[in-house]
Design a protein around this ligand. Sequence first.
Ligand code: NDP
Length: 448
Amino acid sequence: MSEFDYDLFVIGAGSGGVRAARISASHGARVAIAEEHRVGGTCVIRGCVPKKMLVYGSMFAEELGHAENYGWTVEGRSFDWPVLRDFVNRDVDRLEGLYGKTLQSHEVELLDERATIAGPNTVKLASGREVTARYILVAVGSWPMMPDFPGVEHCISSNEVFHLEEQPRCLMVVGGGYIAMEFAGIFNALGSEVTVVNRTDRVLRSYDDQIVERMLHIAMGRGIDFKMHSQIRSVEKTDDGCLMVDLGEANKRRVDQVLIATGRKPKTDGLGLENAGVKLGEKGEITVDEYNRTSCPSIYAVGDVTDRVQLTPVAIREGHAFADTVFGDNPRTVNYDYIPSAVFSQPPLAGVGLTEAEARREYGNVKVYSSDFRPMKNIFSPHAERGLYKMIVDETSEKILGIHMIGPESPEILQVAAVALKAGLTKQAFDDTVALHPSMAEELVLLK
Ligand code: NDP
């Protein structure tokens, strides 16, 4: 008989936790996983997946707008938010079910209650029961960070936006990051009046300046109003249920909803980490070594709660590496170089590797190749929006340092281009590749 109830107890059934639980179980470990909300975590329940479906839903507005130029008559065009919202949420339910089945088929015991840490090998469940485990994995993710101003309780975060009773006619989005740009794009396309309030004049800081500039130009052209160097002073609820937002300097705006998207913080509050001596960093994140081990040798952490790279595929890799290291007799670390990422704004933008500014700082001599083109898909569009692709190359070694793009389907194209960076290819490899014509991706092998 083992001295512990389980070999592994995972707290949090999101992307990282579920992967770690499943792989650990397949290595022969007795595993339990606790989830206080819904199996699937942020990505599946209130993040990447439902967001992308809303993007697809909203893109019909543009496609239907083009349709007449292609000979299609679309009569009685209208949009019904509850239909899209419920369709998306039904699919989230389906995916949650699939995640549950995966855990079940790997004989991972699922406990649908909150779990906190009571000691290095002890977990306390909300029901009051205490269980023991040889290892504990904390994979509780992150939570929206709400700024502190009077009336912030009237505002929503990305947690609530998927469940709105009605489509806001007038939406204010606060922040200039991923979530702000994506939801501004979605609701603008759906016909809401959208204002983005950002504290500086920079949005999407980690992306290439020129690509972001193009995104802003297009977004403004589509009617999104950007209030740069602005911050909310207060929000008041009016008698008719609207929100009166005070932006200072006698600038007041009446809107239906305010969506706060000012970053996410590790969800470590009240987790009992102090009971096991688990150290936290400045933002409340759990600090770990390259094998995801915390300052307590029996406790590990993966995903957003460690605040390394807040992206689902990274959490999944960390969870998998943890399981292989601890239960698979195969110590593995995650390589964080050249992680591709995208913002599903409209149009989307994507990037991998160094931006032009970063490359100039780090390498000095760099060459920038680009293509500024009008995608064939946009020929019939009233906007005449242009795509922009950039490749940053080290002049000495000719190695590609970064690829950045904005335009239709750019995340789909960039995923493949990221393989070239990971493989350490030079621009010559792209030049040597025959274009696939006509496509947008061919611009990548025709860069000048
Ligand atoms: P981000 O970190 O992307 O952006 C936060 C934004 O809020 C920045 O513009 C920041 O400004 C601003 N901000 C921060 N604090 C304040 C404040 N107190 N008042 C006003 N503005 C503030 O956060 P998101 O919430 O958009 O997303 C969280 C994370 O989720 C992302 O970092 C990303 O990792 C992940 N995500 C990924 C997606 C994807 O892969 N497509 C989609 C959605 C989320 P400043 O730049 O000045 O600091």
